[in-house]
Design a protein. Structure first.
Length: 92
């Protein structure tokens, strides 16, 4: 995991929930962990990592995720066992 991805992971887990996390940052983090992506109708994105699936709407026209979307990403990351505490530093 790169330093930037680790920073993104920590920002997703910040409380109170941040409103400045971009979709590009989250996508990079998830791709770095091996997630796959499929586009759905409209702006829907479906990502899977292992057996877990996250369905979320890609923000537009802004780049930042809404707070509820950041919370959904956080829940998904917890489900797949990826938290700042067990991220493992810069290991890939």
């Amino acid at each position: 995991m790169s330093n930037k991805q680790l920073r993104t992971l920590k920002r997703v887990f910040d409380t109170p929930t941040r409103s400045d996390v971009t979709w590009a940052e989250v996508e990079s983090l998830l791709r770095g962990r091996g997630a796959t992506f499929r586009e759905g109708p409209g702006s829907q994105i479906r990502t899977s990592l292992g057996q877990s699936i996250l369905s979320i709407h890609k923000p537009h026209p802004q780049k930042e995720l809404k707070k509820y979307a950041v919370e959904r990403v956080r829940d998904f990351l917890r489900e797949v066992g990826l938290t700042p505490e067990n991220a493992g530093g810069n290991q890939q």
